[in-house]
Design a protein around this ligand. Structure first.
Ligand code: ADP
Length: 486
């Protein structure tokens, strides 16, 4: 199959969260299954800083946007390991900016994000026609590329080039829908009927890109089976009924882990490598990290790690609420995250209050993220909702049992440890409140002192295969069935 994967992030070039990880690894997994895979990504300034523009501009073209003629260039990066063509759409006015979605100067999203990603979608469709490369499947990811499905079913409806092309939209998080003022709709160059009240791109008086993708994509995937059910009920962020209408075409496929990046036996970022048959390196990681971040080295005390965006979704409120009780325990904790300033300030205040117990880092730091996975004894993810979640899967591989709220992908990947049978890989709590979170954490803290059971728990997680092998095959089968009319 010819598969075109489009999205707004791709690790390691540009990543703000799990979407970047997925688009950094799924294409290679699909390539391994024998598919011809190409990708498109915007050429952001941050990419220019890592890979200065070379002689790899392969074409120049212009688009007739509603605002006038807009030039773009296409740069080709060839990933030597996987032979996937990675195409970057270059337009400095739209993408040569300091931030990705967010303008650091105004502390808010770029006001023209609608126009930027509409341009990106149109440039992709234009470019593949010029390349005469007809994809069987276009795999869209989140609201940024949802408009491709809309353009194909409206403006491009009679375009023979796309006659056999099918679209599959993966929704990584319903909380981000790409909502914009209707007054700006004309910038997209789409029929007005789409945003009439209750139209396929209208929601609560606004233009809604994700709703457009849900309305017009041939199939819809979300990133775990539990989340696929949840979003039809109360986690659809206002689009529940739209999703219910498409229930026959909606399914859940859990994201895979890229074990060439996240594997304690090979990880280049950590202090010492280790594996299931020899865990001694894990202790080295803990001692070295505690030294590096300035917490006292107390190897019998469990170190709790968190790596997270600091937004309401991630359940930081539960930690703030329960801080006094939490830190009554003999524990240490390290938190790495960026996001809402209010949460950063409150966490910073907490670390001042408990200087020997809590260290916080407010930056995006890939190396520190790996070190925290390797050094921690327990990984905490008290997310209010979690479509898939990657960090709990990384922590399982790193022998760092996760404590998680039983929702979405967390519920699908973490099993409560049973001290009788020795089965299970972590700790879950049902109700989203600090009391339930503390109860699950306390179960973990107590078991940590029972070395034999704890080692069994660690190994149960490390043994699991949560790689892309299975999930990429599920995507492959879904694409094949779609093409054969299923
Ligand atoms: P989400 O996509 O909602 O942010 P996921 O768990 O799916 O959550 O993926 C988050 C990814 O982003 C993980 O790879 C995690 O390690 C990474 N990450 C989040 N915050 C940071 C940070 N401050 N520094 C480094 N990596 C981070």
């Amino acid at each position: 199959m010819k598969i075109l994967i489009v999205g707004s992030e791709m690790s390691p070039l540009v990543k703000t969260g799990g979407l970047g990880d997925v688009l950094g690894s799924l294409p290679a997994a699909l390539r391994k299954l024998g598919n011809d895979v190409r990708m498109f990504l915007p050429y952001y300034r941050i990419i220019d800083k890592q890979k200065p523009r070379t002689q790899t501009i392969i074409s120049e073209a212009s688009l007739n946007m509603p605002t006038g003629k807009t030039e773009y260039q296409v740069e080709l990066l060839l990933d030597k390991n996987s032979s996937i063509g990675q195409f970057l759409i270059v337009n400095d006015i739209y993408f040569g900016r300091e931030g990705i979605y967010f303008n650091p100067a105004t502390n808010s999203d770029y006001v023209d994000n609608d126009e930027r990603y509409a341009f990106f979608c149109r440039a992709i469709l234009d470019c593949i026609q010029k390349q005469n490369w007809q994809p069987d499947i276009i795999h869209l990811n989140d609201w940024h590329t949802s408009l491709i499905a809309v353009y194909l079913k409206t403006n491009e409806k009679n375009n023979k080039f796309f006659e056999a092309t099918k679209t599959v939209l993966t929704i990584h998080n319903m909380a981000y829908q790409g909502k914009f003022d209707k007054e700006r709709f004309e910038l997209l160059g789409l029929p007005d009927a789409l945003v009439q009240s209750e139209g396929p791109m209208e929601s609560n008086g606004q233009t809604n890109f994700l709703k457009g993708g849900i309305s017009f994509s041939d199939k819809i995937v979300t990133v775990s089976q539990t989340y696929a059910r949840e979003i039809q009920n109360d986690q659809g962020c206002g689009l529940e009924s739209q999703l219910k209408k498409r229930v026959k075409d909606l399914s859940g496929i859990i994201n895979g882990v890229d074990y060439s990046v996240w594997n304690p036996n090979k990880d280049k970022h950590i202090f010492a490598n280790y594996r299931i048959s020899n865990l001694s390196g894990k202790k080295v990681n803990k001692i070295e990290l505690l030294n590096e971040i300035g917490l006292p080295v107390r190897s019998q005390v469990p170190l709790i790690g968190m790596v997270t965006r600091l937004v309401e979704q991630k359940g930081i409120a539960l930690i703030l609420e329960s801080a006094q009780k939490l830190f009554e325990n003999d524990i240490q904790m390290v938190v790495l995250g960026t996001g809402e300033k209010r949460l950063e300030h409150e966490l910073a205040a907490l670390s001042n209050q408990y200087p020997d117990k809590l260290k916080t880092f407010f930056k995006f730091d890939e190396v520190l993220a790996h070190k925290i996975e390797a050094a921690s004894d327990i990984f905490l993810m008290p997310s209010m909702f979690e479509p898939c979640g990657l960090n709990q899967m990384y922590s399982l591989k790193y022998g760092t049992p996760p404590v998680v709220h039983k929702v979405g992908g967390l519920a699908d990947t973490v099993r409560e440890f049973d001290t009788e049978t020795g089965e299970g890989n972590g700790f879950l709590f049902d109700k989203f409140n600090s009391k339930s979170m503390l109860a699950a954490l306390n179960r973990a803290i107590q078991l940590y002192q029972k070395k034999r059971s704890w080692t069994k728990l660690m190994k149960n997680g490390m043994k699991l295969d949560l790689s892309w092998n299975k999930s990429a095959r599920e995507y492959h089968t879904l694409f094949e069935n779609l093409l054969s009319g299923g």
